[in-house]
Design a protein around this ligand. Structure first.
Ligand code: DAK
Length: 267
């Protein structure tokens, strides 16, 4: 079912339903003339759509994609070029990027074509990256006289380690999907013809899981990036205990014992 809001100019929004009627919220970046360059308006629309899906009880998982030629070739250079440091500081137009990090439900990036700069950083903000074989990943900011500004130096380094992240960021070169899979950033590389179907199938599978457990699993995994092992284990245990207060936990365990399929309530 397509439900594009007329107020969105740069993204297409739709819902995909799985066999249980649970939904995936899909967002397609749609500025093909500029390889989906992420201008401020597009990022605002993306954030709005993600936040709406995050609050929507029917949605269990979200998917962000672009088109065959580009997931996104970075932040919009033409929009950025004339800005002063103080303009950027005062307007804080990039604050939308921080808010994407706060989305509770899992987000899958279905990547293809160019995934560069802010585009690459956007995939790193997602929770799982499925990439078409011919996808090209890169952090070319160095060639523009800057550095990654939306988490690339931090999330990429955590995803693929210091040596490879340094090479990518210091050279600005492009890397294949297979290289990024081998490096541990991409979870799955698939044929160009089917990358979107594969990503959608994965999103539907995830959307069929109990949503509170999905959210707490996501939160716990992300916690591992900014805490000690002790702190992380403690956080995980509290989430585990907390889920015993959910109806879905009772349903999941009873369904197992009664040898039937669970019927999730999302509470
Ligand atoms: N911005 C604006 N326009 C872009 C663009 C971009 N990033 N990338 C491509 N385009 C436009 C081109 O200008 C061209 O427009 P016209 O000339 O037709 O008007 C059209 O898209 C087609 O591009 P090309 O003609 O260049 O296509 P090619 O196939 O020849 O080349 C390319 C494809 C991807 C190799 C090339 O377009 C390219 O190098 N693009 C720029 C890639 C890049 O440098 N990306 C990094 C941008 S910096 C932050 C958040 C985010 C960021 C920073 C801070 N905060 C939260 C603080 C992110 C920064 C960046 O991403």
């Amino acid at each position: 079912m397509s439900e594009n809001s007329p107020s969105y100019k740069n993204i297409l929004v739709s819902r995909l339903s799985n066999s249980k009627g649970l939904m995936v919220g899909m967002i397609q970046l749609n500025r093909p003339d500029v390889l989906n360059a992420l201008n401020i308006e597009t990022m605002g629309e993306l954030l709005n759509a993600l936040e709406a899906f995050d609050k929507d009880k029917e949605i269990g998982c979200m998917l962000i994609t672009g088109n065959q030629k580009a997931f996104a070739a970075g932040a919009d250079i033409k929009e950025m070029a004339s800005q002063s440091a103080i303009d950027m500081y005062i307007r804080d137009q990039f604050a939308t990027w921080d808010k994407i990090r706060k989305i509770k439900k899992p987000i899958i990036a279905a990547a293809s074509g160019f995934v560069l700069g802010g585009g690459c950083e956007l995939t790193l903000t997602c929770d799982i990256i499925v990439a078409a074989e011919s996808t090209k990943f890169g952090q070319p900011e160095i060639k523009l006289g800057v550095i990654p500004g939306a988490g690339g130096t931090q999330r990429l380094t955590r995803a693929i380690g210091k040596a490879k992240a340094m090479e990518m960021i210091l050279t600005g070169r492009m890397y294949t999907a297979k290289e990024m899979f081998d490096a541990g950033m991409v979870s799955r590389v698939v044929d160009d013809e089917v990358y979107l179907e594969e990503a959608q199938a994965l999103a539907k599978e995830i959307a069929s899981m109990p949503v509170l457990a999905l959210q707490m699993a996501k939160e716990s995994v992300l916690k591992s990036f900014d805490t000690t092992i002790e702190g992380g284990l403690e956080f995980e245990r509290k989430c585990f205990y907390l889920l015993f207060a959910s109806e879905d936990m009772k349903e999941g365990m009873n369904a197992f014992i009664e040898k039937r399929k669970p019927n999730w309530k999302g509470k």
